[in-house]
Design a protein around this ligand. Structure first.
Ligand SMILES: Nc1nc2c(ncn2[C@@H]2O[C@H](COP(=O)(O)OP(=O)(O)OP(=O)(O)O)[C@@H](O)[C@H]2O)c(=O)[nH]1
Ligand SMILES: [Mg+2]
Length: 264
């Protein structure tokens, strides 16, 4: 899973990019478990979409990705129909891709109102930041909707439950840790651990999503389910910079004082 951070005027976004190939399903599962929403990028290019759809394994693969996204609790999805520059922004091409994927997504339980389709060109940047009518109106006179960043900024498509409001008792405990320093349930730190690693200096690190509360450098934590006491020696923020404090929604890396990697 590759991570990138970008900001708009209103928000900071963390993007978890996963490859499309079948062999990367596990990465899609892990990313979707951390995500508030999903963007599926599909190619509108004839060879890449049409011929692929005639290929059973590709059909199975795109269905599998949508199934994983849905299975991880994501209800709302943006489907970006990409490479529209190569198709000269042909509406019938866009509609063909859209109608096919709409059916697949609906069959998997996505509700129509929760699926947002958008034509884009990642290469030229069309409809990514500025809406099409401001940049490409001569080529595409049929799409009058929002650009990708406008959809993201409106947040209508962003779920909040991955950044959960549940208490510990209601969540799966095995992959979460809580702070023992804070009293108020509302502010109680809750994080989902999604990776751990150690370096050649035998320093142990975990990667986490902060689901609620805030973490400060030096905080003492308890690792569930074993109730292992650990301390956050250092914190790296979403951009991998050292920081003193991290908050809800951030994907961070924490250095722990635990020496036994196996126990973590
Ligand atoms: N013409 C055109 N080419 C594009 C566009 N977007 C991506 N490409 C090209 O398509 C190729 C594949 O792009 P990637 O960004 O690697 O595609 P990907 O979806 O990340 O692929 P995987 O990670 O392997 O699943 C590259 O050669 C890109 O330059 C687009 O909008 N228009
Ligand atoms: Mg890629």
């Amino acid at each position: 899973m590759a991570k990138a951070v970008f900001t708009s005027q209103e928000n900071t976004f963390t993007l978890l990019d996963t490859p499309g190939q079948e062999s990367f399903s596990e990465t899609v599962i892990n990313s979707a478990a951390l995500a508030e929403m999903a963007i599926l990028v599909v190619s509108a290019k004839k060879f890449e979409f049409k011929q692929c759809l005639e290929n059973n394994s590709y059909r199975a693969q795109i269905t599998e990705q949508l199934r994983i996204i849905r299975g991880q609790g994501i209800e709302q999805i943006i489907i970006a129909v990409n490479k529209m520059d190569l198709m000269k922004w042909a509406k019938n091409r866009y509609d063909e891709v859209k109608n096919y994927l709409l059916k697949v997504a609906e069959d998997l339980g996505f509700l129509r109102q929760n699926i947002k389709f958008i034509p884009v060109s990642a290469l030229t940047g069309a409809n990514i930041l500025k809406p099409l009518q401001q940049t490409d109106s001569s080529r595409c006179n049929w799409y009058r909707g929002q650009s990708l960043i406008e959809i993201l900024n409106h947040k209508v498509f962003i779920r909040d439950d991955v950044l959960c409001h549940t208490t510990l008792g209601q969540t799966e405990e095995h992959d979460q840790i809580k702070s023992s320093t804070q009293q108020n349930d509302k502010d109680k730190l809750l994080m989902k651990i999604y990776d751990k690693f150690s370096n050649d200096k035998k320093q142990l690190f975990i990667k986490c999503l902060i689901q609620q509360g805030r973490l400060e450098k030096g905080d003492r934590l308890s690792l569930l389910p074993q109730n292992l006491p650990v301390q956050a020696l250092t914190i790296q923020d979403t951009r991998d910079r050292l920081t003193e404090v991290a908050r809800k929604g951030e994907l961070i890396t924490i250095e722990l004082n635990a020496s036994d990697e196996q126990a973590v």
